[in-house]
Ligand binder design. Structure first.
Ligand SMILES: [Zn+2]
Ligand SMILES: [Zn+2]
Length: 116
């Protein structure tokens, strides 16, 4: 019993510490959330937002409060209510990059479409 719980916790820790859940250099919050939610889903909390913030914008202590004000009670709601603009595609596009560290402004994916 306790071994099972330890295994689950360990698996979770591996998932959370893995490179897969690491926000890429210059990856914007919107693209990171989309990538994580399409991989792992939303658990009704801001866990991916917190992960992004800790790596990319550790000083953005207001971020969760701002998202909540904009109608985001969890990660998937942030995508729906805060970052609704996304090119019409069914796949996850690579992030175009947010050059300003700590900025939660989404990248401009139209740049990618123009050069594609
Ligand atoms: Zn959600
Ligand atoms: Zn992006």
């Amino acid at each position: 019993m306790t071994d099972d719980i330890a295994d689950v916790v360990e698996a979770e820790l591996i998932a959370l510490s893995g490179a897969l859940t690491e926000p890429a250099d210059r990856e914007c919050l919107r693209c990171f959330l989309l990538r994580m939610i399409s991989e792992f889903g939303c658990d009704g909390t801001h866990r991916w937002t917190v992960r992004w913030r800790d790596v990319r914008a550790p000083r953005a202590t207001e971020l969760l409060g701002k998202l909540a004000e904009l109608g985001a009670g969890c990660d998937c709601e942030a995508l729906l209510n805060v970052f609704p603009e996304y090119p019409p595609t069914r796949r996850v596009l690579p992030c175009a990059g947010q050059p300003q560290p700590g900025s939660a402004v989404p990248c401009d994916l139209r740049v990618l479409r123009r050069t594609a």
